[in-house]
Design a protein around this ligand. Sequence first.
Ligand code: UDP
Length: 238
Amino acid sequence: MKPVFKRVVLKLSGEALAGNKQVGIDMDTMDTMAKEIKKIVDLGVEVSIVVGGGNFWRGRDAKLNDRAASDYVGMLGTVMNAISLQDALESNGVVTRVQTAIEMRAVAEPYIRRRAIRHLEKKRVVIFAAGSGNPFFSTDTTAALRAAEIDADVILLAKKGTDGIYTSDPNKNPDSKKYDQLSYREILNQNLKIMDTTATSLCMDNDIPLIVFGIDDPKNIFDVVVGKDIGTIVRKGD
Ligand code: UDP
């Protein structure tokens, strides 16, 4: 099978890495993800991954008094996920580099755009950690930012507990319908809760396609990369 993308940003939320545990890391889940990621690397796709941190900490929900400080804790959480995912990938024979937006050279490379691109060209998987390095942002926004910076063909937004974008919350409204495709403008106008508005507008302004798909079945990563019609595709629109 042939991939339909050359270079992708895969966004894995912290939740997706925690498996059924919801909090912390589940190495069996990491291993499963790693095996699926290996399959797309073997197809020749240049793979970068933005990891979330919600399995450890979410800045806005945490109890620190200072929101910025709370967000820094959140960003450090993403580094734990990145190192663990790196371990799982390397155990499966995938060559990786972790790049952090907050420098911690003893642990990983600092984020350097041109270096990240070079790694991708050499078919190394690049894991972007520590979000954007800025508080008040999310890892979804980081995925949009990195996708624009490295000129990715698409953002693959892997979601737990859903398989795409719906007209309303399908858990609350049984009449809710799944969109096959949609524009960023429609997401903003209808206030659909897919990503935060910063991430959505960054994708819209930079014309980055997004595919939202379910990660409950990790094989979907492969399916989406070979162009199977799963999930919801979001484009710039008019
Ligand atoms: N975060 C941040 N700036 C960023 C990315 C992340 O401050 O650029 C912090 C923020 O507190 C966030 C936490 O890191 O709540 C974890 O990221 P996120 O909530 O996006 O993770 P996910 O929901 O994808 O697991």
